[in-house]
Design a protein around this ligand. Structure first.
Ligand SMILES: NC(=O)c1ccc[n+]([C@@H]2O[C@H](COP(=O)([O-])OP(=O)(O)OC[C@H]3O[C@@H](n4cnc5c(N)ncnc54)[C@H](O)[C@@H]3O)[C@@H](O)[C@H]2O)c1
Ligand SMILES: O=C(O)C(=O)C[C@@H](O)[C@H](O)[C@H](O)COP(=O)(O)O
Ligand SMILES: [Zn+2]
Length: 368
């Protein structure tokens, strides 16, 4: 059985996210229905070794000319160097404007392949086949594509919506436990933003999902995609409400950049810690009851995710973090923007954050 969630808003061509089991084997029929001249897979070396042949065979079985280009697994592949390598391969393979890119992998592959598709001949179609929990619940939906630079996270990119998203729950069976928890962070984030009952379910009946239980995972993917689809449908380019999806990211991206995007923190772990910090900062500023910040932190920590700077083996400097936050894409005219909360399930955007208050908060949190 599959669940189909529409992503539609009028600002872009509508598409559907299909969630179910066995979808990798059905990729050929799904992609062939879009009638591309070719369907070229972009993946990473780890995912290609596990799932590449299933998808390639399915595409070929549906009569599609195909091929595959891989990048090394990991955040470092969201780079100009790998973007150029992928684009060069697409050119060398002779893809045309009616060819289609199949992004097979986690958020790194989806962001990189999506940006390559946005740039190739000024934009060709792409289909997302997310193989991490994080990519299924978040990065494959909504059309944000990007690479990092040493100056910051996702600073070079484009909005380019996929034509279809195929989220195969069975693909998650091979995902390492750390990566399941990392994706769970973005799931928790969706509850923290706008669905307190979902957040409580994730910490109760649904908690087995954080340990990889496929039924709980499927429900978590479906609810997350419903929430994200509704928000991006209203606000594709983050003019307003979409910024809520950035809860935990202003802190989280600053931490990732300070760590040079190494493996000390995954993106999901940085977001988990960033969400806990956003709630504590909200409580400190009198915007949210302390008990709600504790509720948020307890739910995150129960899933085995970090909630405190002291959970990370690195000495962060408050000024360096503030400088990173000032370079965040939400900052306007030098003013910091933060996504804050009134309670679990009730996030809001504050576009006029006092940098001195954040600095004092970071020092209280343990930054130097
Ligand atoms: N575009 C968006 O809206 C959006 C949203 C959230 C996150 N992101 C981005 O997504 C990236 C993080 O994505 P991620 O957490 O998926 O990391 P990832 O893509 O690096 O994947 C994590 C690891 O899991 C491996 N892997 C993937 N699927 C597997 C499978 N089925 N079995 C075994 N191993 C598998 C990968 O090879 C990699 O080593 C970050 O760069 C983040 O900025 C983008
Ligand atoms: O889709 C969105 O919008 C998000 O903010 C989702 C985030 O989880 C994701 O990490 C996104 O890539 C962050 O976007 P950015 O604009 O802060 O780079
Ligand atoms: Zn994120």
């Amino acid at each position: 059985m599959t669940t189909t969630i529409p992503v539609a808003g009028g600002a872009f061509a509508p598409y559907e996210v299909v969630v179910g089991r066995g979808l990798l084997k059905m990729a050929g029929a799904e992609v062939a229905a879009l009638k591309p001249t070719r369907a070229f897979i972009v993946s990473d070396e780890t995912v290609a070794a596990i799932h590449g042949e299933t998808v390639r065979a399915s595409l070929e079985g549906a009569g599609l000319a195909t091929g595959i280009v891989t990048v090394p697994a990991g955040e470092a592949s969201k780079s100009f160097e790998q973007l150029e390598a992928v684009l060069d391969r697409l050119l060398a393979e002779g893809l045309d404007r009616k060819s289609l890119v199949v992004a097979l992998g986690g958020g790194v592959v989806g962001d990189l392949a999506g940006l390559a598709a946005a740039l190739f001949m000024r934009g060709i179609d792409f289909v997302q086949i997310p193989t991490t929990l994080l990519a299924q619940v978040d990065s494959s939906v909504g059309g944000k594509t990007a690479i990092d630079t040493p100056r910051g996270k996702n600073l070079i990119g484009a909005f380019h919506q996929p034509r279809r998203v195929l989220a195969d729950i069975e693909a998650l069976a091979t995902l390492p436990a750390r990566q399941v928890r990392s994706g769970w962070a973005e799931v928790l984030k969706h509850g923290l933003i706008c669905d307190a009952a979902f957040f409580d379910w994730l910490g109760g009946e649904g908690a087995a999902g954080a340990q990889g239980d496929p039924d709980a995972l499927e429900r978590a993917v479906i609810r997350s995609v419903e929430i994200k689809a509704q928000i991006v449908g209203e606000d594709e380019k983050e003019a307003g409400r979409r910024a809520l999806l950035n809860l935990g990211h202003t802190f989280g991206h600053a931490l990732e950049a300070e760590l040079a995007f190494d493996e000390t923190l995954t993106h999901g772990e940085a977001v988990a810690l960033g969400c806990a910090m956003a709630f504590r900062y909200s409580a400190r500023q009198g915007l949210c009851p302390a008990v709600e910040a504790e509720r948020a932190e307890a739910g995150i920590r129960a899933a085995g995710l970090p909630t405190r700077l002291s959970d990370v083996a690195h000495a962060f400097a408050a000024d360096a973090l503030i400088a990173r936050m000032a370079g965040d894409k939400k900052a306007e005219g030098g003013r910091l923007t933060l996504i804050l909360a009134r309670a679990v399930g009730d996030a809001f955007t504050d576009k006029d954050v006092d940098a001195e208050a954040v600095r004092a908060f970071l020092i209280e949190e343990g930054a130097a």
